[in-house]
Ligand binder design. Structure first.
Ligand code: ZN
Ligand code: ZN
Length: 139
């Protein structure tokens, strides 16, 4: 798969049986929708479905960020915000192919996690925790 931001080939990173695609160039991360579901289910979150439905049906977030194209279908993705203070803006394919975290967003998440108390029951936070584990572990 090709990175939706810089068009470099992404590499597959596997962690705890979840595969994600990672762009070494811009440090962005792509989650297939199915992988995300697996990840959330592996934490036995009842809110999984609600979370996924929620981000799919959420309002487009106001942003000056450039729209990204889904690396699977090529259609423009929707910007949506997850987590709180600060919200992290992610890109999601409306056709349920997956979602994209910009490289800067992953770094932002990890910085934010460094000192903060986490809301353990928020599926959005679970995704963030997972990324922190993956990229914390691989550095
Ligand atoms: Zn890239
Ligand atoms: Zn798509």
């Amino acid at each position: 798969m090709v990175c939706p931001v810089c068009k470099y080939d992404m590499i597959v990173v596997e962690y705890r049986n979840i595969e994600l695609d990672y762009c070494k160039n811009c440090k962005g991360v792509w989650f297939d929708y199915g992988e995300l579901e697996l990840l959330l289910e592996s934490h036995s979150l009842e809110e999984t479905k609600v979370f996924l439905d929620g981000i799919l049906s959420s309002q487009e977030a106001a942003s000056s960020e450039k729209k990204r194209n889904c690396p699977v279908c090529g259609h423009k993705m929707k910007k949506t915000a997850i987590g709180e203070q600060p919200e992290i803006l992610i890109d999601i394919c409306r056709d349920e192919h997956g979602l994209w975290f910009d490289g800067g967003e992953v770094a932002q998440l990890i910085r934010r996690l460094a000192g903060e108390h986490l809301a353990k029951h928020d599926p959005g936070e679970q995704v963030i925790n997972f990324l922190e584990e993956v990229f914390g572990a691989s550095q």
